[in-house]
Design a protein around this ligand. Structure first.
Ligand code: SF4
Length: 64
C-alpha cells in the first residue's frame, strides 16, 4: 500500500519550504498552515528528502 504524507498542522510554522519545494504536493490552507493535497504528485524519495527531512519542525509524516 502506498504511503501518504500528511502535515501535523498545529506544529507547522508556515515556513513555506515544503510548499516551495513541492508545490504539486503541498499547499497552504486558509489559515496559512501547510497541507498535503496530492501525495502522489511526487515520488516518495522526493517527499522524504525535500519535505519531511527539510521541515524545520519535523511536522510532516508518513501514514501507511
Ligand atoms: S516545511 Fe514544515 S513548517 Fe514549513 S510550511 Fe511545510 S509543514 Fe510547515
Amino acid at each position: 500500500m502506498a504511503k501518504i504524507a500528511w502535515v501535523d498542522k498545529p506544529e507547522c510554522i508556515s515556513c513555506g519550504l515544503c510548499v516551495g519545494n513541492l508545490p504539486d504536493v503541498f499547499r497552504f490552507d486558509d489559515s496559512g498552515k501547510a497541507e498535503c493535497f496530492d501525495s502522489f504528485a511526487a515520488t516518495e524519495d522526493k517527499i522524504q528528502s525535500e519535505a519531511i527531512e527539510t521541515c524545520p519542525v519535523s511536522c510532516i509524516h508518513w501514514q501507511e
